[in-house]
Design a protein around this ligand. Sequence first.
Ligand code: ZN
Length: 332
Amino acid sequence: MTHLPDSLAAALDPVEGYAAAFPDHEFALCLTHDVDRPYKGFRSLYYALTDRPSYHLRTALSGENTYWQFESVMALESELGVRSAWYFLDEPNLLREGTPTDWLDPELWVQFLGRYDLTHPELADAIGALDDGGWEVGLHGSIPSHADVERLRVEKDRLERVLGGRVGGGRQHYLRLDGLRTWRRQRAVGLRYDSSLGSGETYGFRHGYAPLRPFDDEFVVFPLTLMEQALPGVSDDTDRAWRECESLLAEAADNDAVMTVLWHPRYFARREFPGYRRLYRALVERALDMGAWVGPPGALYDRLVERGLVPDSTDSTGAADAEPTSETPSGV
Ligand SMILES: [Zn+2]
């Protein structure tokens, strides 16, 4: 659920001339994956309770884990010749950081049971493999982080330590936005783009075809065009879902759009989510056939900077870091 009033969203300025970032292409398709739950069922409970499972237990747990899709999606995208962005979540650990009141909140328990630890060796290895293979690693800010700049900073720092490099952008968990304030917080911790503006229930170009520039500076918003969960009947009527995808691609091509899609990794599990993997492949193949640029938002952001469509913040080193980190009491 996005908390950005429509009137405010409608007033955001586009990146002028953004299509010059992909001059030889009809439109741009950005591929993203929010890593919410890489463990299925009891494993998530186990990982929530145990910081460092033994090697044998880890091995036993990692067999038959159908939500673990890093390698299979990397293989699929490599076959298609494309790369995507993977956004990692670093949720607060209720056992260590929670208060007794938190324990009474069922929503927090749901979050807690599905959590994972970025520093677990197998997660760190997956992050390293993505980075080595040319995929983008980004931040999937936790629910508390959307309203808490210090929490956001902790999460970004931890992910950067595991990655051994800088993180350029990402998306908030549950698309949670606190007016424009979440973007200010993201900018203050050094993120350069966000892709939380959108919906998990509907899809389309509700926020226009262009990337947006809410602060008239280097910070860019790539609106989310399509989350897989919003498509009708993927498992029982894949043809109908495909027609919706075709129609979005045609609209993108007609309007030089930047279209951003989100497929959660667990939706690539064929048994649990029939149809979604096939649909993703078809979407990417069709976009390539139609002459689209296909890649992660971070790579498109770099193209916007290279062509002077967005100011380069890297040569004013520390500019973002020098921003005040305290919460602004007023404003949206
Ligand atoms: Zn999420």
